[in-house]
Design a protein around this ligand. Structure first.
Ligand code: NCD
Ligand code: ZN
Length: 351
C-alpha cells in the first residue's frame, strides 16, 4: 500500500459565512472553527446587523459560544440599509468592530427585506468606505421581476456594478459568491480593487444537478447554480491562483423542514465538507499548487490582514472519504452539502 499524501497550508479563512444566532449558531459554529481561523460573518439576521452597536453585540454572542480553547476570529460585517449612517460605518471600521459592509438588494435572498432599493441612496456611505478603505461586499443580483433568475447576476453587472465602479474607482468591492462566466470576466477586467468569493458548491454543481431527476432542495441557494459552462469558468478562476479570487463558503444553514417545503428557502450548509471538496476540485484540475492562494492567502491580502501563522494539513487518502451528512439540533436536522463526487481529501492536523 502506498502512503497517503498530505499537503500543509496556512490555516484557511472563510470569506463569506452565515452563522445565524442562538441555538442554530451554537450547532454550526464548531464546524467552522474546526477548519477556519477567521470568517467574514454575514449580517442577514432577523433583524439584521445594521449598526456598529449591533455588530458588537453579535460579535460577543459568537465569542461567548466558542468551544473552550478554540481560537477563532469572527470578522463582523454591517448590513447596508438606506438609512445606514456614514459616521457609524466609519466608527465601526476604525474601532475594528466591523471590517466590511454588505449590500443585499431588497428582496434578493434570505432576510434581505431591509436591504437597498435605490442604490444611489447609499452613495454617501460608499464615499466614506472608499476613503477609509473599507470593503463593500455585494450580493450581485438584480431583483427586477422581469429579469429571469438565471440572468440576474449578469444584469447586475451591467446595471449596478459598472456604474458603482465608475463612480467610486478606489472602493474595494467583493463580488460575493460568483456564479457566472460573466462575473469571472468582469472581475478579470477590473484592477486590484475588485475581488470575488467563490463557494465550494458552485465549483461542483450546475443547474442540472439541482433539477434533473427530481428537484433537490439541498442544492438550492442564491445566486442559483447556473449552466455547466459557468461552473467551468468558476473552476478556472478559483484554480488560477489569481489574487482576486478567494474562498467564501456561503455556508447558510436552514433546518431541513424549511428547505424540504413547498416554498423551500435558499442556502446550502457546507462548512463541514468544504475544504475536502475544494482540495478535490483543485486536484482534479491539477492545480493543488494554487490551493493555498485560494483558501489562505488571497483573502487576507485583499482585506489587509496577515496570512494565518497557523497551519492545516490536508490528507489525501487512497479511497474516497465518507463525508458527514447532517447536523442534529434541538429544533431539527440540517443537511450537509453532498457533492455527489468522490472526495479523497480530508482535514488532518491543525496547528
Ligand atoms: C443565504 C442565507 O440563507 O442567508 N442564502 C443563500 O442561498 N446563499 C443568503 C445569501 O447569501 O444569499
Ligand atoms: Zn451568503
Amino acid at each position: 500500500m502506498t502512503t497517503a499524501r498530505s499537503l500543509t497550508i496556512p490555516l484557511p479563512d472563510d470569506w463569506h459565512l452565515h452563522l445565524r444566532s442562538g441555538e442554530m449558531m451554537r450547532a454550526v459554529l464548531p464546524w467552522t472553527t474546526r477548519h477556519f481561523g477567521r470568517a467574514i460573518v454575514m449580517p442577514n439576521l432577523d433583524p439584521p446587523v445594521v449598526t456598529r452597536a449591533d455588530a458588537v453585540r453579535y460579535h460577543s454572542e459568537i465569542t461567548a459560544a466558542l468551544p473552550d480553547g478554540v481560537t477563532f476570529q469572527p470578522l463582523m460585517t454591517l448590513y447596508m440599509t438606506e438609512r445606514t449612517e456614514p459616521g457609524d460605518v466609519r466608527a465601526a471600521f476604525e474601532a475594528g468592530d466591523a471590517v466590511a459592509v454588505k449590500l443585499y438588494p431588497a428582496g434578493a435572498t434570505t432576510n434581505s427585506a431591509a436591504g437597498v432599493h435605490d442604490i444611489e441612496t447609499i452613495y454617501p456611505v460608499l464615499e466614506t468606505m472608499e476613503e477609509i478603505g473599507m470593503p463593500f461586499l455585494v450580493h450581485g443580483e438584480v431583483v427586477d421581476p422581469d429579469v429571469d433568475i438565471f440572468d440576474r447576476e449578469a444584469v447586475f453587472i451591467e446595471k449596478k456594478l459598472i456604474p458603482i465602479r465608475a463612480r467610486f474607482p478606489a472602493l474595494k468591492i467583493v463580488f460575493e459568491h460568483l456564479t457566472t462566466s460573466d462575473g469571472v470576466e468582469y472581475v478579470l477586467s477590473c484592477d486590484a480593487y475588485t475581488a470575488a468569493t467563490i463557494t465550494p458548491h458552485h465549483l461542483v454543481i450546475n443547474r442540472n444537478a439541482m433539477l434533473v431527476g427530481g428537484i433537490k432542495p439541498h442544492y438550492y441557494c442564491l445566486p442559483v447554480a447556473k449552466r455547466e459552462r459557468h461552473r467551468l469558468a468558476l473552476i478556472e478562476a478559483a484554480t488560477s491562483g489569481d489574487a482576486r479570487f478567494f474562498l467564501g463558503t456561503d455556508s447558510a444553514p436552514h433546518l431541513d423542514s424549511a428547505k424540504e417545503s413547498a416554498c423551500g428557502c435558499a442556502g446550502i450548509f457546507n462548512v463541514a465538507n468544504a475544504l475536502g471538496i475544494v482540495a478535490q476540485v483543485f486536484e482534479n484540475k491539477n492545480a493543488l499548487d494554487h490551493l493555498e492562494a485560494f483558501t489562505s492567502r488571497n483573502g487576507p491580502a485583499f482585506y489587509d490582514l496577515p496570512v494565518s501563522e497557523r497551519s492545516m494539513t490536508l490528507i489525501r487518502h487512497e479511497l474516497p472519504v465518507p463525508l458527514p451528512d447532517k447536523v442534529d439540533t434541538a429544533r431539527g436536522r440540517i443537511t450537509i452539502f453532498d457533492p455527489k463526487m468522490d472526495v479523497y481529501w480530508d482535514v488532518g492536523d491543525v496547528d
